[in-house]
Design a protein around this ligand. Structure first.
Ligand code: GH3
Ligand code: MG
Ligand code: MG
Length: 435
């Protein structure tokens, strides 16, 4: 393992802390902003023009319907269950308010909403993401049909020959009575939120959490605040409607961010992909450097250790590249090739950082997950320090670098020049940096 002087290690640590903090704060900015807007709208409610107050009644239908439709289009199962459950529950509450005989039916539907919507989200989070069109989804249809029938039966207590009046007393039970959120609902929200945050946790300090995972956790928060703010008697306008609108908006924006991520990020390594690189190259100034990084003899590595091990090695190499110093940004160019862009940096300035990176990859002993690699990265570094080299694998990379100033002006020609330099590095025996 390469050794660093103390001040260099401190710089690396502080940049890692900054990157981790930014990855934690960045994804929650939009949801937090929407919840804040909802809170301001609630406070400003009495002074808002009457035409705008209708927005909190119709708005949730629009955002939740669009959210459910986009979830189907993008085949996102969890987002569909979250938006469709809330849409159904909101429509049910609106219906109960329309046929209101006393306040019982709306209260019963509201209690059901506050318990069953987080419950459905919890069930969706418990299973891996299967997409919307999955052959086992008839189970969801059965579950939701059972929920609708059950709530309809309870809510019509005393008004239909099918349901007796006993539910009227049962609804006063401390576990399910509302408003605000019934105790069973609070517990359900808490458990669903914990699981959602767990699902949204970053897999690597340098890979930000997925926007849709964060969106589902944030949507639960908005919905919970809305349920806690439910008025007596029950009403969908006012605070509840505003926060439902925020919850739907959070989910909708998360879906759009997720589609952006899928288009611009490479799924295997978590690095930005080729499309992101192409756009970055168009926006670079006259002074910049560009490096092509290629794993040496990777075909042979795959043939010896298998494709899955090859994939893990690509992830580990990508994680090292993502940490490159000198202001460089790493991209997955395709296959076992990566690109590093140094904006405002001449080749002479970029070279030491690339050389440093090459050395780090060469000396990085990879203990792989299928064998003895622990999931905790801290244990991982301890283990790497203690295991003997014959239990681990390592690879080398060849790097070709070119500067915009000393070769040509167009991004395509810098790319070609870096590729030619990479070819020279391979020809000269690999595991080196050439310009
Ligand atoms: P060189 O040192 O000349 O670069 O040799 P090489 O074997 O790395 O070169 P070559 O381009 O012939 O082989 C690249 C190999 O990378 C071929 C393919 O099996 C492997 N590869 C490309 N993409 C992936 C991937 O996503 N996962 C895995 N496991 N292997 C990949
Ligand atoms: Mg190659
Ligand atoms: Mg290669």
């Amino acid at each position: 393992m390469a050794t660093f002087p103390e001040d260099r290690r401190n710089t690396l640590n502080s940049s890692l802390i900054r990157a981790t903090l930014s990855h934690l704060i960045r994804p929650i900015r939009v949801p937090a902003g929407l919840i804040l807007i909802a809170a301001i709208a609630v406070m400003a409610g009495p002074v808002l023009p009457p035409s705008l107050s209708g927005l909190t009644v119709v708005g949730p239908y629009v955002v939740l319907f669009v959210g459910a439709a986009i979830s189907i289009w993008f085949n996102r199962g969890r987002a569909f269950i979250a938006s469709a459950s809330l849409l159904l529950a909101y429509a049910g509450l609106d219906y109960a308010l329309g046929i209101n005989v006393g306040n019982f039916a709306p209260r019963a539907v509201f209690s059901a909403l506050a318990i069953l919507v987080p419950f459905n989200i919890l069930v969706a989070l418990a299973y891996p993401e299967h997409g919307v069109s999955h052959h086992r989804n008839y189970r969801w249809l059965m579950l939701v049909s059972a929920e609708v029938l059950c709530v309809g039966w309870i809510a019509s207590a005393g008004n239909s020959s099918l349901s007796g009046t006993s539910w009227r007393d049962m609804m006063e039970h401390w576990l399910i009575t509302s408003p605000p959120t019934p105790l069973a609902g609070r517990v359900m929200f808490l458990v669903a939120f914990i699981v959602a945050v767990w699902r949204a946790r970053p897999r690597h300090t340098l890979t930000p959490p997925r926007p849709l995972d964060v969106g589902i956790a944030a949507m639960l928060v908005a919905l919970f605040i809305g349920c806690e703010g439910m008025s007596t008697p029950i009403s969908t306008s006012g605070p509840f409607g505003s926060y439902i609108l925020a919850a739907g908006g959070i989910l909708l924006i998360a879906l759009l961010q997720e589609s952006y991520r899928l288009a611009y990020h490479d799924e295997l390594t978590g690095l930005p992909g080729r499309r992101a690189l192409d756009e970055r190259l168009q926006g670079l100034g006259p002074v910049c450097s560009f490096a092509m990084v290629d794993v040496d003899h990777f075909k042979q590595f795959n043939d010896t250790h298998g494709h899955n091990t090859g994939d893990q090695v690509l992830k580990l190499v990508a994680a090292r590249l993502a940490e490159i110093s000198g202001g460089g940004t790493a991209y997955r160019y395709g296959g076992e090739e990566f690109a590093v862009v140094f904006p405002d940096c001449r080749v002479e300035e970029a070279l030491p950082h690339l050389e440093d990176m090459r050395g780090q990859i060469e000396h990085y002993k990879m203990a792989l997950r299928s064998e003895d690699r622990p999931r905790d990265p801290r244990k991982g570094s301890k283990l790497r320090a203690s295991i003997s080299p014959d239990k681990t694998l390592s690879v080398t990379v060849s790097i070709g670098v070119a500067g915009r100033d000393d070769v040509a002006t167009t991004p395509a020609s810098v790319l070609r020049a870096a590729d030619e330099a990479l070819y020279r590095a391979k020809e000269a025996g690999r595991n080196r940096v050439c310009r």
